[in-house]
Ligand binder design. Structure first.
Ligand SMILES: [Zn+2]
Ligand SMILES: [Zn+2]
Length: 354
């Protein structure tokens, strides 16, 4: 990591590297957007389809090439396209990741909304945000499972929070062998609603619900008592992404369920383009999601595990994973009475979000 020379441009709203190819210095997203809009020709960020001749003329001018080279380029591009299309038609054995990517592209590239009101306005900023999963198992020390989201500057941090799916929000704590029907009522997300994002010295707390607590207070007071630079607080639901001051490429924090911590890295901030998905309703747009292998029921090997039991005389292993159907068939009579001794805990598979 080499430190970059300080910029000579006094404009702090234009991002500059703090560490080359790693992260920028902090800048204000809304001001960055204004810098772009004041410098670009409106046609450069317009969503209006450009006609081919106009594009060719502009391209020739910018690249300083004459009409002969332009004609050659056009021929070569056409041939390349033909060959690419042919190759694509041969590639039949696509894996499901490719299929998913193709489908996403088909559904979103240049997509226009049905209602004009749902159209993303020209000159809007688009952020690419990676949200990393907490390290849960040793396996994840080697891969970095994450989801990638596209969001516009007018989305709030609360909308970012709601777009992040993490199994710990669905975790159910407790032993329910006597009352299996009660388990679904104990979903963590409904009980522990507090959460925060941390960007550049500011804790953005989710305060949308009366039971939300400012869980950043402990850290803020600790920092104060230890003479750290002061941190401040704001509300997630009142903060739009365009209002944030951030470093692109820098790891920030999302914390929920008390101690489930995710790194959040903004990897790109740019103006929207006419080939982007222009339908507001499809945002936050998930463009990548890590897929995990789901754990199947030990009895039927078909359905995803929903329960695990311990001290269970009916189980082939301890602990043992069951789908809901097999769990109930094996452990309760027709009236729902518990058979034998065992302890049962609800289980949420990490693959449940695939
Ligand atoms: Zn989490
Ligand atoms: Zn089963």
């Amino acid at each position: 990591m080499a430190a970059c020379k300080p910029s000579t441009d006094p404009n702090i709203n234009i991002p500059d590297y703090e560490y080359v190819d790693v992260n920028t210095k902090a800048f204000h997203i809304g001001s960055f957007r204004s810098e772009w809009l004041s410098r670009l020709r409106p046609s450069s960020f317009s969503f209006r389809p450009q006609d081919e001749d106009e594009f060719a003329a502009q391209f020739a001018e910018e690249m300083r090439v004459g009409p002969e080279i332009m004609a050659d380029l056009k021929t070569i591009c056409r041939q390349r396209r033909k060959r690419q299309d042919y190759r694509a038609s041969l590639k039949i054995n696509k894996n499901r990741h490719d299929l998913y990517a193709d489908e996403l592209e088909r559904l979103t590239v240049g997509r226009k909304p049905e209602e004009v009101a749902d159209m993303i306005p020209e000159g809007e900023v688009l952020l690419t945000i990676n949200v990393y999963y907490p390290v849960l198992t040793e396996k994840f020390n080697y891969v970095r499972p994450h989801m990638t989201l596209l969001m516009t500057g007018s989305h709030s941090l609360a909308e970012l929070r709601d777009a992040i799916c993490c199994v710990s929000d669905l975790q159910v704590c407790g032993e329910f062998s006597n009352t299996p029907d009660m388990a679904p009522d104990f979903i963590s997300k409904d009980h522990f609603k507090s959460a925060f994002f941390f960007f550049e010295g500011v804790f953005y707390n989710d305060m949308r619900f009366p039971e939300c607590q400012d869980i950043s207070m402990t850290t803020i007071e600790w920092a104060k008592a230890h003479n750290f630079p002061p941190f401040s607080q704001a509300k997630m639901e009142d903060t739009l992404l365009v209002d944030l001051k951030v470093k692109v490429g820098f790891p920030y924090l999302y914390c929920h369920q008390g101690d489930c911590e995710h790194l959040v890295i903004i990897t790109d901030i740019r103006l929207t383009h006419k080939n982007d998905c222009l339908d507001k309703k499809l945002y936050p747009l998930v463009t990548h999601k890590h897929r995990v292998v789901t754990q199947k029921c030990a009895v039927c090997h078909v359905f995803i595990g929903r329960w695990f039991t311990t001290n269970d005389q009916f189980a082939p292993s301890d602990p043992c994973l069951f789908c809901d159907k097999c769990f109930r068939m094996l452990h309760y009579d027709a009236e729902g009475n518990k058979l034998g001794d065992f302890l049962a805990y609800p289980y949420v598979d990490r693959g449940a979000f695939n």
